[in-house]
Design a protein around this ligand. Structure first.
Ligand SMILES: [Zn+2]
Length: 303
């Protein structure tokens, strides 16, 4: 039996360069700190898997973090109605939630709140002041929940906030473990730049095909994927704070590299098991695909 695997040629399919989301029927959408549409980059943390800097613990982050000094004005991102205020959250500080009709924005670790439940707010209206988390980190934790307002409804905030998209993620086929050639373990590395942090989905497919054959259009032996929104919906309970964020879930080992707002990119290794290898003497070929929030896609094939 022979296999050849390796980093391959890449095929890039990319959508447009500029993407402004959220300018729907309900009016403009702005960022919660700048109150503008350019974006509060660099973010300290993005939506999705991360390694907490303070204790190296794996953690699925349900929002974005924006580091700002305590007392910074926080703006409602869009017109809506204040649906919830919590005075003392276990995460630290106060929480404000705004119902925008179809989705919710949530502002956490606030030191002060300037609105009441039931108040109508406009995009860019000051609703609170920023504070710090219980660990002392001064920042705004911001979430978008859609369509419900439970933790499991959290989606990538860049699906709603406007930003300038710089193109598809970068993607590499890394280690291919053929200890059991019928069940290869394949590691895919995906990376997005600090100016966008919009990784949404990574998938891998195995094929039996001769070297050089274009895999697009062929039926894969197997295919697996990791989607940040789906992962949160699957592994977050809506009724309690119990969270099953185990990087080994589903046979997908998720290993985010450490990231903070001084780093140029956010990178995650995904090791997929449960894949099917070649059963005869054919060549194992691999295709990996990564998608960002705006739908930019990159596809990489092994030779
Ligand atoms: Zn956070």
């Amino acid at each position: 039996m022979k296999f050849l695997l390796l980093r391959g040629a890449s095929v890039l399919v990319s959508a447009g360069a500029l993407f402004l989301a959220g300018c729907g029927a309900d009016g403009p959408v702005v960022w919660p700190i700048s109150g503008a549409t350019e974006g509060d980059f660099p973010l300290s943390s993005t939506f999705g898997p991360r390694v907490r800097t303070e204790d190296d613990v794996y953690d699925f982050h349900r929002g974005i973090d924006i580091a700002v000094p305590e007392g910074t004005d926080i703006y409602a991102i869009a017109a809506g109605r204040v649906s919830e205020i919590q005075k003392n959250t276990s995460a630290g500080g106060m929480l404000v939630k705004v119902d925008h009709g179809g989705y919710y924005s949530t502002y956490v670790h606030c030191s002060d709140v300037e609105v009441d439940v039931g108040d109508s707010v406009d995009a860019g209206e000051v609703i609170a002041q920023s504070g710090k988390a219980s660990n002392g980190f001064a920042h705004l934790h911001f979430e978008i929940r859609k369509p419900g307002d439970n933790k499991k409804d959290c989606v990538h905030p860049l699906e709603v906030l406007p930003y300038t998209d710089k193109g598809a993620p970068t993607l590499e086929i890394g280690k291919v473990d053929m200890t059991n050639p019928l069940q290869p373990k394949i590691t895919i590395t995906a990376r997005v730049g600090a100016g966008e942090l919009d990784l949404r989905r990574v998938s891998v497919a195995t094929f039996e095909a001769d070297a050089g054959v274009i895999l697009e259009g062929l039926t894969p032996l197997s295919e697996r994927s990791y989607d940040t929104d789906d992962w949160n919906r699957t592994y977050t309970s809506s009724e309690s704070d119990i969270v099953i964020d185990d990087p080994d879930n589903e046979g997908i080992l998720v290993r985010p590299k450490k990231y903070n707002n001084t780093m140029p990119s956010y990178e995650v290794d995904f090791t997929f098991t449960g894949l099917v290898g070649t059963v005869t003497s054919g060549l194992l070929r691999i295709r990996a695909v990564a998608t960002d929030v705006t739908g930019n896609v990159i596809s990489v094939e092994s030779h």
